[in-house]
Design a protein around this ligand. Structure first.
Ligand code: LX5
Length: 648
């Protein structure tokens, strides 16, 4: 994967070190906060999908897109005992989508235990009380004249061979594919994730046989108990943010290295044996077990709404589909949308959705046309945007279409003129010299934009470097608080900013393509970064109405925002102090609170603090009490985001 972006380097600007007092008054005038304002951006990067949110534990479960006979084709697999294993192109594959299989050959005369193991996505969690659900397809290409019957043992074990839980799985030789299923329950929790899934059998039972296996799957309990579902701890971590939307499936991972490699929805739905998988854009194979249906079902379970992208004819090799070739992708996009919202009784794509268990349409309001098409602005402006927009809008006039390119003075130069526009920024906390925009300095970026009907989606943003230009592995408090200052601009400008999402979202600690990320995880741990807590506080205290207040100047150390949850009669006073020393804000309220003591939540930590695998809770929010009255004086510690809750 080639990074499209050259990260900007900038030089540190001096921040105020003297304490200051800021007087803030606010009235009841303001504007609605859109319910979509804070959500999530997701693509399969850093094994955030396969090996991450998608709960499948077996890596390379169906030998998708690998080259038979190579050692790479055996990624995560190893033989047990004297068995010989290799990946072959099956002479009679389980499906046309899955041409390959694991060949398991046992020499005549074998008596000792033979089998094979899988090491998972860089480990497998063993957790007491979890019932694991497994399955696999198997056949014997040249079965003996007299059928052989026996039993495999499926188990989870340490790399040293200690078995934690197992199940007996009967089999009979046959040249046709059979599917075996099993469950087992772990009675102990292992701290180490260096465990294996093993399928084994007594050597004398299978001596002289060659068998084939594929789609060897093992799931732990999943979020909401869904079959083929999502990892519980990661889902719950995201749910704790109360995210409003989920942008998917990319990001770069939508686009493919070439058009042929793009994320194509139709290859991601239906039975798992009918999903070929693809080489993802971040250097590893995507099984597409996490497919369009699974995304949508989980989005619904999580109480979010989708912001779904359609491929727009531009891929990462820099090539655009010619105008004459666009119809294929227009049809594909229409079909993709019909899969989501079509009438299952009249539409073929919607009927697939119904056959998978969701007869009713899913919620869908936003479609993103492409991703970062400013990398090919000419073809986007010349025909790709118009071709897709016009066709989709004609078919689905009720949906909102988000453009991703072609700007001049902050206005997309596209025809038809878009109403929704996604823009991205990865930068450092303070950028005075190179980018005029971000992050502390950018807190007023949206204030200066004209109110001309254009609605903004900050679909990706993150502090990616220190001010020195040094790359970050994990978000650090300085950058996270800079993001918080910037986000005050989202609250204040939520009349024209309808959605915003940090990116990337998730990172498997053992397979990282991009840092920093909002959440880092291993097979059995989840690390919430300092930026996670900033996102969480903004989302939880979003409110439904923004109240105009005295504004500070751009690039000042202290920013604030006042929003209200109207039905609860609660006001959320957010205070962001990006300086390393304390500053004071004095709020004068337009009412006298009904209480004299309020509760606030604060995220603060010394400069440079990061939450890491070895120190996951270096900075976590804590609550505090404050004296509430018509005037509230709040002394904001250095590097802090505070939310003061006041009830009318
Ligand atoms: C960025 C932009 C990482 C990504 C793209 C997304 O979050 O996939 O939309 O990658 S980049 O900078 O290499 O283009």
């Amino acid at each position: 994967m080639v990074l499209k972006r050259v990260l900007a380097f900038a030089f540190i600007a001096s921040t105020a070190v003297y304490a200051a007092t800021f007087d803030v008054t606010f009235s009841t005038a303001g504007h609605d906060v859109p319910p979509t304002l804070y959500g999530l951006m997701f693509e399969d990067i850093n094994h955030s999908g396969d090996g991450g949110l998608y709960a499948e534990l077996i890596q390379n479960r169906a030998f998708q897109t690998v080259t038979p006979g190579t050692s790479a084709a055996l990624t995560a697999w190893a033989a047990l005992g004297s068995a010989k294993i290799s990946v072959v192109k099956s002479s009679s594959p389980v499906s046309s989508a899955l041409p390959n299989a694991l060949s398991f050959a046992v020499a005549s005369g074998t008596t000792s235990t033979v089998g094979f193991t899988n090491s998972g996505y860089f480990g497998i969690p063993v957790t007491a009380g979890w019932t694991y659900t497994g399955s696999f397809y198997y056949r014997t290409p040249s079965p003996p004249a007299t059928k052989v019957s026996g039993s495999f043992t499926a188990d989870l074990r340490s790399t040293g061979g200690t078995v934690f839980t197992s199940a007996t799985v009967p089999f009979t030789t046959s040249s046709t594919w059979q599917q075996a299923t099993f469950t087992f329950t772990a009675s102990s929790t292992q701290t180490s994730v260096e465990n294996l899934f093993a399928l084994s059998v007594g050597g004398s039972t299978v001596a002289g046989l060659t068998m084939e296996f594929t789609l060897i799957s093992l799931f732990p309990p999943t979020f909401n108990g869904r079959e083929n579902g999502f990892r519980m701890d990661l889902s719950e971590t995201l749910l704790d943010m109360k995210p409003a939307f989920f942008r998917f499936p990319g990001g770069n991972n939508l686009e493919g290295e070439t058009a042929a490699d793009r994320w194509a929805w139709e290859n991601t739905v239906g039975d798992l044996v009918d999903r070929p998988g693809r080489v993802g854009d971040w250097g590893y194979i995507n099984t597409d077990g996490l497919g369009l249906y699974e995304y949508l079902q989980w989005i619904e379970d999580m109480g979010m709404e989708p912001i779904m992208a359609v491929y727009a004819g531009y891929s990462l090799n820099g090539a655009s589909v010619a105008s004459s070739g666009m119809q294929t992708y227009i049809t594909e996009a229409i079909n993709q949308i019909n899969f989501v919202i079509g009438d299952a009784s009249t539409n073929a794509q919607a009927a697939i959705r119904a056959s998978m268990g969701h007869a009713d349409p899913f919620t869908l309001n936003y479609i993103e046309i492409g991703n970062e098409d400013f990398f090919s602005p000419t073809t986007y402006a010349d025909y790709r945007w118009a071709d897709l927009y016009n066709a989709l809008h004609a078919e689905f006039p009720q949906l909102h279409y988000i453009a991703t390119s072609a700007t001049s003075g902050n206005v997309p130069t596209l025809s038809p003129t878009p109403t929704y526009w996604d823009l991205h920024i990865y930068s450092n906390p303070i950028c005075l010299t190179i980018l005029k925009d971000f992050f502390i300095n950018g807190a007023f970026n949206f204030d200066i934009l004209s109110r001309n009907g254009l609605q903004f989606f900050q679909g990706e943003y993150a502090t990616t470097t220190e001010n020195s230009g040094a790359a970050l592995t994990y978000p650090f408090i300085d950058g996270s608080i800079a993001e918080a200052a910037y986000m005050a601009g989202f609250d204040r400008n939520s009349d024209i900013v309808f959605a915003a999402s940090y990116a990337p979202l998730l990172n498997h600690v053992s397979s990282t393509q991009w840092t920093p990320d909002l959440i880092t995880f291993s097979p059995n741990t989840v690390i919430r970064s300092t930026s996670y807590y900033v996102q969480q506080l903004y989302s939880l205290y979003k409110g439904d109405f923004y109240l105009q207040s005295t504004t500070n100047t751009a690039s000042s150390s202290v920013q604030w925002s006042v929003t209200r949850d109207t039905s609860a009669g609660q006001y959320f006073l957010k205070v962001i102090n990006t300086a390393t020393s304390a500053n004071t804000v004095v709020f004068t309220l337009p009412f006298t609170p009904s209480h004299t003591t309020g509760t606030g939540t604060i995220l603060t930590a010394p400069s440079g603090t990061q939450n890491t695998p070895t120190s996951p809770n270096a900075a976590v929010p804590s609550t505090f009490s404050f004296t509430a009255g018509k005037t509230i004086t709040y002394n904001a510690p250095g590097l802090s985001l505070s939310v003061l809750v006041v009830t009318e």
